[in-house]
Design a binder for this molecule. Structure first.
Ligand SMILES: Nc1ncnc2c1ncn2[C@@H]1O[C@H](COP(=O)(O)OP(=O)(O)O)[C@@H](O)[C@H]1O
Ligand SMILES: Cc1ncc(COP(=O)(O)O)c(N)n1
Length: 495
């Protein structure tokens, strides 16, 4: 489930704070971000130049437009600008109360500029009771507590307990403004509803020596709102939001945005973990591989052996020779399938390949009884030997992914050919049993499963492994051509 998170805040055209930061934070922590603008702020990393506040009615209209249509999982409230905006949001919250409401009581920017009318502080206090969590920094906490700003951590937590008790709200007190090499935040609930009945859960981290702290408060509160929906609890939400923010603050300077207090790098963690490197999805790989063996598939279809099989004109001796080689093939193919089962990491894959190995052995025994009449093992033709050697070599190298890629053509090429040939001729077709065996629904389902397992393994593999898988797959396809060519080739051994 992807949390649908609404930010109600002001703007920052340089993208580091306000709504712009909120949308990035929500996305970076796994949510779908939405935004209602309370104020247009002409600001940059150095300071605020001007604030334009749209009419209150228009704020109400934006809020209704979202909530009339979208189910909102969490709301983060940031800059509200003035008393009229506070009243509009308060009114909206009374009619539409999303399950998670986080209020960042933005009053003054990092640059020292006011973002809330001095006269609106009382109205903002009135809104606190409608939130689940309020996230003040040191100066904002002091305003809410009605005291002077705390000068140490003890003073800050005392004020946070006071605010929590007075407003009946959970408080995340942020200690970024206090000096020291350790930055502390604390989740405070005077009612003692935190894990284990505690009133305070403290979070500590190393202070990053940086000027890139513009928008840290906005970013943290949006991340907490998003992660609260994902985790279902406040303590893990704050813990993971802080971890994410710490690496985003540390990477902020890499962005080289602005000459003042620069932004944090919201996607630093995601990008460094491979977020920018796109991987193909399984269905895409299946399409690509299949397309890239179109030449092989055309070659197979135009072989005299396959055309004779389709129209029934194929020489019976050639067909029996083919079946004898098929029996030889199945003996070692089942060993390679069993190896895939042994190498598989998940139980589903393990069972699937084991069942295929059992099926291959059963088919080999059936061929022996029905066709070879107990004549023993026929001599192995070079084309058969080369194909099974390719499979057994992949098994011996022990890479599950490459092995299953090598095994796949024997499902896919056969199923494709079988399903097309099955539609040919009537019930009296001389090779009806063969056509039916490879054209039936059960084999089609097994083939789908094999394609899915192999392409999923390829999609999650690294690039070099994916290339080796593709190569192993392609080589097996070429062995399929040789296998179908051999029965009518002049050089084939007789008997
Ligand atoms: N230099 C820093 N290094 C690491 N974390 C920081 C730093 N500055 C702020 N933080 C963290 O960023 C978040 C916002 O903190 P703070 O600066 O106190 O609030 P605001 O941005 O609202 O003024 C908090 O989680 C705080 O611990
Ligand atoms: C629109 C807007 N909202 C909030 C802040 C505060 O930013 P910070 O998180 O640095 O306190 C800001 N500068 N602009």
């Amino acid at each position: 489930m992807i949390p649908r998170v609404l930010s109600i805040a002001g703007t920052d055209p340089t993208g580091g704070a306000g709504i712009q930061a909120d949308l990035k934070s929500i996305a970076a922590t796994g949510g779908y971000g939405m935004a209602v603008v309370t104020a247009l702020v002409a600001q940059n990393t150095r300071g605020v130049r001007g604030v334009h506040v749209p009419p209150r009615g228009f704020l109400a209209e934006q809020l209704a437009a979202v909530s009339d249509d979208v189910e909102i999982d969490a709301v983060k409230i940031g800059m509200l600008a003035d008393g009229a905006a506070i009243e509009a949001v308060s009114h909206w919250l009374r009619s539409c109360r999303p399950p998670v409401v986080v209020l960042d009581p933005v009053m003054v920017a990092t640059s020292g500029d006011r973002l809330l009318d001095a006269g609106a502080e009382r109205a903002l206090r009135g809104l606190i009771g409608q939130a689940d969590l309020v996230t003040p920094n040191i100066p904002e906490l002091a305003v809410l507590a009605g005291s002077a700003p705390a000068t140490d951590w003890g003073g800050a937590t005392t004020q946070a307990l006071d605010v929590s008790r007075r407003f009946g709200v959970l408080v995340l007190a942020k200690g970024g403004h206090l000096p020291g090499g350790t930055v502390r935040d604390a989740l405070v609930d005077a009612a003692g509803r935190l894990a284990g009945g505690r009133t305070i859960v403290e979070f500590r981290g190393e202070r990053v020596d940086t000027r890139n702290t513009h928008g840290t408060g906005c970013s943290l509160s949006s991340a907490v709102a998003t992660l609260r929906v994902r985790h279902g609890d406040w303590v893990p939400a704050v813990g993971s939001a802080r971890e994410w923010l710490a690496e985003s603050i540390a990477a902020g300077a890499d962005l080289r945005v602005g000459g003042g207090n620069g932004p944090v790098h919201h996607f630093a963690g995601l990008w460094s973990r491979g977020g920018l490197h796109t991987r193909p999805v399984p269905a895409q790989l299946a399409g690509r591989w299949w397309h890239q063996v179109a030449d092989v598939r055309r070659d197979i279809e135009s072989l005299p052996f396959v055309r004779g099989l389709a129209d029934g004109s194929l020489d019976r001796a050639a067909f029996d020779w083919y079946l004898a080689q098929d029996a030889c093939y199945l003996r070692d193919y089942s060993r390679a399938l069993a190896s895939a089962s042994m190498l598989a990491t998940g139980p589903t894959e393990q069972r699937f390949w084991a069942e295929c190995a059992r099926g291959a052995l059963a088919e080999r025994e059936r061929l022996h009884r029905a066709v070879l009449g107990g004549l023993g093992q026929p001599p192995v033709a070079p084309s058969t030997a080369r194909y099974v050697d390719h499979l057994l070599a992949a098994a011996a190298r022990g890479d599950y992914r490459v092995l299953v890629a090598a095994l796949l053509p024997c499902f896919w090429i056969y199923q494709d050919l079988g399903s097309r040939l099955a539609r040919r001729g009537g019930p009296d077709h001389p090779y009806r049993a063969w056509l039916d065996a490879y054209g039936d629904d059960e084999f089609a389902a097994q083939n789908e499963r094999a394609i899915d397992l192999v392409t999923t393994a390829a999609a999650t593999a690294d690039e070099p492994t994916r290339d080796r898988m593709w190569h192993a797959f392609r080589v097996s396809c070429q062995h399929e051509v040789a296998f179908f060519t051999a029965p009518l080739a002049a050089s084939r051994p007789t008997g």
